[in-house]
Ligand binder design. Structure first.
Ligand code: ZN
Length: 265
């Protein structure tokens, strides 16, 4: 998703190298040899504050000591995780370190149009500073992107205007900012990043019944087994929504439609 912002604003002037490929997890990602090579020639690195960066940014700086690292999420107010959780593939130790650093704050900042505008402004400022001769083009591209985001925000509000239920259940808690912005409530199934125990699963079945939930959302790259188990118990189904789809703008609209389809009366 971050590549989407850099591509839109950088236009013809900026070559973008995507670090985390679609379908991969940004929490456990490791760069390939080709990407490390590309990094040694890179002019700027945009970070967004996901776990792999803590481990890899110091190594990127080793191979390219002059590489400017721009925090594209600077200025975004981070919200608390809905449920303390550990990301899939992490060891306990990594998780403890992460907790101290993040204090339970939600890293999925890119899944909100409002935050998207902050990211766009940060990318614009960085590109304009590093490449001042193309500032006008970056500015124009950023304005066009912001206009599209404002339209997206209006479309999402319209899409969600008829819902009468506000609570949805999702395996991995990626949608905290989206829920926060649009008055929804996400109930994550993952408990501290671990697959739920049998008794926790039973608890989620009760919660789902209580909230009249019929769909458990899952995402590519995570196991759907637990979500399926809950869905079966409540006579419901699972549905995929993707927090990492390449076309950020149309993806958020699709997600709003997926929520509306199950939350409408
Ligand atoms: Zn995540």
């Amino acid at each position: 998703p971050l590549a989407y912002f850099v591509e839109r604003i950088g236009g013809d002037f900026v070559a973008v190298n995507i670090m985390v490929a679609p379908g991969a997890s940004p929490h456990t990602y490791e760069p390939t040899a080709d990407q490390m090579k590309a990094l040694s020639d890179a002019d700027v690195f945009f970070s967004i504050g996901v776990e792999y960066e803590d481990v890899w940014l110091p190594r990127f700086e080793e191979i390219n000591p002059d590489l400017p690292v721009v925090d594209s999420s600077e200025g975004i107010m981070r919200i608390a995780m809905t449920e303390e959780h550990q990301h899939e593939g992490e060891t306990e130790e990594e998780h403890e370190g992460e907790e101290e650093q993040e204090e339970g704050l939600d890293p999925h900042v890119w899944l909100s149009p409002a935050n998207g505008k902050v990211i766009a402004a940060n990318v614009l400022a960085a590109l304009s500073e590093l490449d001042p001769s193309h500032t006008d083009a970056y500015q124009a591209n950023a304005e066009s992107l912001i206009a599209d985001i404002n339209q997206l925000d209006a479309d999402i509000k319209q899409t969600l205007s008829d819902i009468d239920q506000r609570t949805f259940m999702v395996f991995h808690p990626a949608w905290g900012y989206f829920a926060h912005d649009y008055g929804l409530e996400q109930i994550p199934v993952q408990v501290e990043g671990q697959d739920p125990s049998a008794s926790e699963l039973a608890g989620f079945v009760d919660t789902a019944r209580e909230h009249n939930i019929k769909v458990i959302f899952v995402q590519p790259s995570f196991s759907t087994e637990d979500a399926q188990a809950i869905a079966q118990e409540i006579d419901g189904e699972i549905a995929f929504i993707d927090p990492l789809a390449e076309d950020w703008l149309s993806n958020l609209q699709s997600v709003a439609e997926a929520f509306a389809a199950i939350l409408a009366p």
